[in-house]
Design a protein around this ligand. Structure first.
Ligand code: NDP
Ligand code: TDO
Length: 304
């Protein structure tokens, strides 16, 4: 079997960084960052695609600054909607596969249970709206696609809540963290490994056009609040030898309205992964497992 040519965008992002590792064994990987291709330039996207001729395009590049997106609507729209639309157009015309990532923020968070792929999105933020527009453009193109909706991503590489907490817990004697928003912290490495499993399954399928394309929720198992997540980071990191000024018990739970931000996050970000399990027989590990792994890696790096 010939190996696929796999194009990865956003190679310096949290997920892009891990994808370069996880996809390397599957085919000829070309990973690009902003310097190689500015994704706000549609002509540059098409000339890159024509040059590389990928069989699989994996697109973790995005505009992810949730609060800033409220004032940078044009740029967020360009990266989260126009760029995926261009990738989808080329994918459809060339019988390639597009793997794309979306977010829990496409929902308003008012549902009481877990969100399924059949629930109607109703984003409340510019970030969520532009990500939904990207999903819609991909679906409308009829290209072969997998849209993985994930949430609360963190990893060794890049900026994220876990790393912010490690810093603040060293700097401050007290911390107040939002306790009335719930979701599933998902590691970038887990998402990248899942992506590699799906791409491998697709490439092995005799009749690739018949693969179970579509939108899937892809988050680590279980749920927590940002507050409980911060306490877990504190406890696990303390066990590993980190020294903090604040203890887990001194992290105060607060309602979201006491932590003013320019856009409101969903109160309920829980995404059910039943469809992923029934379609591909894939289950994802408890969220705490990834937290332990990332803390271990960060600790090892810090000690080098
Ligand atoms: N982070 C999270 O909590 C969540 C993320 N997601 C989705 O998962 C995907 C991956 O997220 P994550 O890895 O955290 O994102 P990051 O913000 O870590 O990475 C985004 C990447 O996009 C690249 N990028 C931004 N603008 C351009 C541009 N003009 N041209 C080329 N590249 C550009 C960035 O490049 P550079 O490094 O040069 O800035 C960066 O590498 C995204 O689709 C996101 O919406 C979904 C749910 C949660
Ligand atoms: C830093 C900090 C945050 N918080 C709260 C604010 C907010 O409700 C929550 C998370 O804040 P952040 O700004 O880190 O998270 P945010 O940027 O909203 O994270 C989101 O990013 C995008 C890209 C996604 O797609 C989402 O799934 C989600 O991960 O924690 C505190 O309560 N205290 C603090 O000191």
């Amino acid at each position: 079997m010939t190996l696929p040519v796999i194009l990865i965008t956003g190679k310096r992002g949290q997920v892009g960084f891990e994808l370069e590792r996880s996809l390397a064994v599957l085919g000829h990987v070309v990973a690009v960052g902003r310097d190689e291709c500015d994704l706000t330039n549609t002509n540059a996207i098409f000339s890159l695609l024509e040059r590389i001729q990928p069989n699989v395009i994996v697109n973790p590049a995005a505009y992810t600054a949730v609060d800033k997106a409220e004032t940078e609507v044009e740029l967020a729209t360009q990266l989260n909607a126009t760029t995926p639309a261009a990738l989808a157009q080329w994918t459809a015309a060339n019988d390639a596969l597009l793997v794309h990532y979306s977010t829990d923020y496409v929902f308003d968070g008012r549902k009481s249970g877990w969100y399924s792929e059949d629930d109607t999105p109703y984003p409340q933020s510019i970030y969520g709206k532009t990500k939904l527009a990207g999903e819609n453009a991909i679906q409308a193109s009829n290209c072969r696609h997998l849209i993985l909706r994930t949430a609360w991503v963190y990893g060794v590489h890049g900026d994220n809540f876990l790393k912010t907490m490690l810093r603040l817990m060293k700097e401050r004697e007290a911390l107040s963290i939002v306790a009335d928003q719930i979701g599933s912290p998902t590691s970038a490495a887990l998402l990248a490994d899942l992506t590699a499993q799906l791409v491998a399954m697709y490439w092995r399928t005799a009749n690739r056009a018949s693969f179970a394309f579509g939108t899937y929720h892809a988050v680590a198992e279980g749920e927590t609040s940002w507050h409980e997540y911060a306490q877990t980071i504190n406890r696990l990191a303390t066990q590993m030898g980190w020294a903090f000024r604040v203890t887990a018990d001194a992290i105060t739970p607060i309602p979201a309205h006491n932590y003013p931000t320019s856009t409101q996050r969903p109160a309920n970000s829980r995404l059910a992964t039943t469809k992923l399990r029934t379609s591909f027989n894939l289950t994802l590990p408890p969220w705490q497992q990834g937290v332990k792994q990332v803390l271990t890696q960060l600790r090892a790096g810090a000690q080098q």
